[in-house]
Design a protein around this ligand. Structure first.
Ligand SMILES: Nc1ncnc2c1ncn2[C@@H]1O[C@H](COP(=O)(O)OP(=O)(O)OP(=O)(O)O)[C@@H](O)[C@H]1O
Length: 253
């Protein structure tokens, strides 16, 4: 077992009905690092990501075998409550999806669900989360305005702030920049860099440039298998497998 790993998978196989989407995936995600999952469309990146906070539990046809541990505890075992797990292993999606409510309510929704009612504490959480998500200065004077009035990039940072508000230790990001322009993308990327001092970040991205820019480790997936994983510089400069080399040099994808 890798002791620095927050989450580890061991020989994970996953099916949607009869269709196998993951085959024998073994990977570990070291604490306070950024890992990117890359690979061609349909190779299973999002499926793997969703295994890590049991989002796939919500898909009835989905069946999973193999081991996944979270801080050494079986993530699919009786000791784990999936609702509590999703607070600790938060998720940010491809399209910013704020609630049609105020900026303030978007941030306080999670903490309230988990029983925090004290106004002062909630205000503190709002400011802290927005600061960590590099959004505070842009919105501090309009916390009661609708989140829907923010730009796409601001909405995505709000969604990150909403994830941070419930005090996670892992943040999963499923193509978080694919709906954003280059400036908003650059902001999210520099935010990720800051987040990794406190959180373990795992990101699915279609952009190899993004993976190379932001991540410490990269996993390359192909047709449901993890072909190769390792330090990002090694994967991009000196991969061990020919398939990885063909992908990163643009020979397919
Ligand atoms: N909810 C689902 N029900 C049935 N099959 C699914 C479901 N989600 C994904 N799949 C299938 O599982 C396989 C892997 O899909 P997945 O979305 O994980 O790939 P991906 O690498 O994230 O793709 P993309 O880069 O296009 O988002 C695909 O064959 C896909 O059709």
């Amino acid at each position: 077992m890798d002791t620095s790993a927050v989450i580890e998978t061991q020989g994970v196989n996953l099916w949607y009905g009869d269709n196998q989407a993951l085959t024998n995936v073994t990977i570990s995600f070291p604490e306070k690092t950024i890992t990117s999952l890359i690979g061609p469309s349909g190779c299973g990146k999002s499926t793997l990501l969703r295994c890590l906070n049991r989002m796939n539990d919500l898909i009835p046809s989905c069946r999973i075998e193999g081991g996944i541990s979270y801080h050494g505890t079986d993530l699919y075992g009786p000791a784990i409550d999936p609702v509590h797990l999703r607070k600790q292993v938060g998720m940010v999606f491809q399209r910013p999806n704020p609630f049609p409510k105020s900026i303030y309510d978007n941030i306080t929704y999670g903490p309230r669900m988990h029983g925090i009612r004290d106004r002062k504490t909630l205000e503190q959480i709002v400011e802290e989360s927005l600061r960590k998500a590099a959004l505070w200065d842009e919105v501090k004077d309009r916390l009661s305005a609708s989140a829907m009035g923010l730009s796409g990039g601001q909405q995505q940072r709000l969604c990150i702030a909403r994830t941070l508000a419930v005090n996670p230790d892992v943040i999963l990001m499923d193509e978080p920049c694919s709906a954003l322009d280059p400036i908003a993308t650059a902001k999210i990327e520099s935010l990720m860099e800051e987040l990794k001092s406190q959180y373990t970040v795992i990101i699915v991205t279609h952009s190899m440039q993004q993976a190379a820019r932001v991540s410490d480790y990269t996993g390359f997936m192909y047709m449901g298998e993890l072909i190769e994983t390792g330090e990002t510089a090694k994967i991009f400069e000196n991969p061990e497998k020919e398939l990885t080399n063909n992908y990163i040099t643009g020979r397919f994808g």
